[in-house]
Design a protein around this ligand. Structure first.
Ligand code: ADE
Ligand code: ZN
Length: 330
C-alpha cells in the first residue's frame, strides 16, 4: 500500500532476507547451517519472542563489513520506498555485533553510508535509534553508549529490545539517564510479552517518549487512560504479534479497539524479513483482517508522522502530513 507513512519500529537486522543472508555468507566465508534459502525459510516458524531471537542473532553472523551493513540498509530502504515509506527511524543492535568482534564503528558507518544517500536514492528521510539488548547487563549497555560517543551525530535516540520478560526497564535507569544527558531521545520496547507494569516503568523510570509495541496496555484501563491523555505513541507491529504468538490470528488483533480507545497507534513491520511483510503489506493486512477503512488507514499514516522525531524539522513533518491528506486510495 503506497499511502505515505513513517516507519518507527524497524530492526535493520530484521530486514535480512534469506537471499542476502546467503550472498553475504558466501562473500564472507561464513557457513550457514541451512542448505539454501528455501530450507532457511522453513525455520521461520516461531513459538514466541525467544525462538525468533535465537534465529535472528544466529543469522547476523553473515554481517561483517561496512559494505554488508550498507547493503542491508539499502535493500530495506528500496523495499520501504516501494511501499510508501517517506521517513524511517531505524533500530540497530550494536551489542549483537560487537559481541562477535565487529566494531561498533563498522556497524554505524556502514548503515550511515546507506542512510546518507537515502533521500536522494529512495526519497526517504532517516534516523538511527541505537538499542540496548535488555537480556545483557546494565554495564554492557553503559559500555555500548560509551563506545558510541564518536558516532553520536548519527544517532537520534536510544531504545531497548530483545528478551523482555525478567528484564524490566528499571534495570537500564542509569544508561537512559546518561543518554538523556547526551541529548538523545528515548524509546523502549514494553508490553510486547511483558506486563503493563513494564510500560509504566519505561515512562516513569526511563522517561521514554514512545512505547514500542505496548500491546499489553489493554489489560490495564488506568494505563490506557494515561497513554491517551499524555498522547504517548505506540509503535504496534501486528504481523509480528501473530508470528511470535502474542495473539492467535490477525483478526483478533486489538488495533481497532486501541484506536477506538483514543490511543495514538502506529503500525510498523518490526522484522519484516521474518514476519511476512513490510509496512505497506502490514497496512494492507490490517485493512483486510480488521476491516479498517480508508480513513482509519489515513489516521494511522497521520499518526506515524505525528509520532516521528521530526521536532527539529516541523516543515518536513507538515509536508509529509499534507501528502497523507492528499493521497487518493485506488
Ligand atoms: N529484536 C528484534 N525484534 C524484536 C522484537 N519484536 N522484540 C524484542 N526485541 C526484538
Ligand atoms: Zn521490535
Amino acid at each position: 500500500m503506497h499511502l505515505p507513512k513513517a516507519e518507527l519500529h524497524l530492526h535493520i537486522e530484521g530486514t535480512l532476507e534469506p537471499e542476502l543472508a546467503f550472498a553475504l555468507a558466501a562473500r564472507n566465508g561464513v557457513d550457514l547451517p541451512y542448505a539454501d534459502t528455501e530450507e532457511l525459510r522453513t525455520a521461520y516458524l516461531f513459538d514466541d519472542l525467544q525462538s525468533f531471537l535465537d534465529l535472528y542473532y544466529a543469522l547476523m553472523a553473515v554481517l561483517r563489513t561496512e559494505e554488508d551493513f550498507a547493503e542491508l540498509a539499502d535493500a530495506y530502504l528500496a523495499r520501504a520506498a516501494a511501499q510508501g515509506v517517506r521517513h524511517a527511524e531505524i533500530f540497530f543492535d550494536p551489542q549483537a555485533h560487537t559481541d562477535r568482534g565487529v566494531p561498533i564503528g563498522t556497524v554505524i558507518e556502514g548503515l550511515g553510508r546507506a542512510l546518507d544517500r537515502s533521500e536522494e536514492t529512495h526519497g526517504i528521510s532517516t534516523q538511527l535509534i541505537m538499542c540496548f539488548l535488555r537480556d545483557k547487563s546494565a554495564e554492557s549497555a553503559l559500555e555500548t553508549l560509551e563506545a558510541a560517543k564518536p558516532y553520536l551525530h548519527r544517532i537520534s535516540a536510544v531504545g531497548l529490545d530483545s528478551a523482555e520478560v525478567g528484564h524490566p526497564p528499571a534495570k537500564f535507569r542509569e544508561v537512559y539517564a546518561a543518554a538523556t544527558a547526551l541529548g538523545l531521545r528515548k524509546v523502549a520496547h514494553a508490553g510486547e510479552e511483558g506486563p503493563p507494569e513494564y510500560i509504566r516503568e519505561a515512562l516513569d523510570v526511563l522517561g521514554v517518549e514512545r512505547i514500542d509495541h505496548g500491546l499489553r496496555c489493554m489489560e490495564d484501563a488506568e494505563l490506557v487512560d494515561r497513554l491517551v491523555s499524555e498522547r504517548i505513541p505506540l509503535t504496534l507491529c501486528p504481523l509480528s504479534n501473530v508470528r511470535l504468538r502474542a495473539i492467535d490470528v490477525l483478526e483478533q488483533h486489538p488495533l481497532r479497539s486501541m484506536m477506538d480507545a483514543g490511543l495514538l497507534c502506529t503500525v510498523n513491520s518490526d522484522d519484516p524479513a521474518y514476519f511476512g511483510g513490510y509496512v505497506g503489506d502490514t497496512f494492507h493486512a490490517v485493512h483486510e483482517a480488521l476491516g479498517l477503512d480508508q480513513e482509519q488507514l489515513r489516521t494511522l499514516a497521520r499518526n506515524s508522522f505525528e509520532a516521528a522525531f521530526l521536532d527539529h524539522d516541523e516543515e518536513r513533518r507538515a509536508r509529509y502530513l499534507s501528502e497523507v491528506e492528499a493521497y487518493a486510495f485506488d
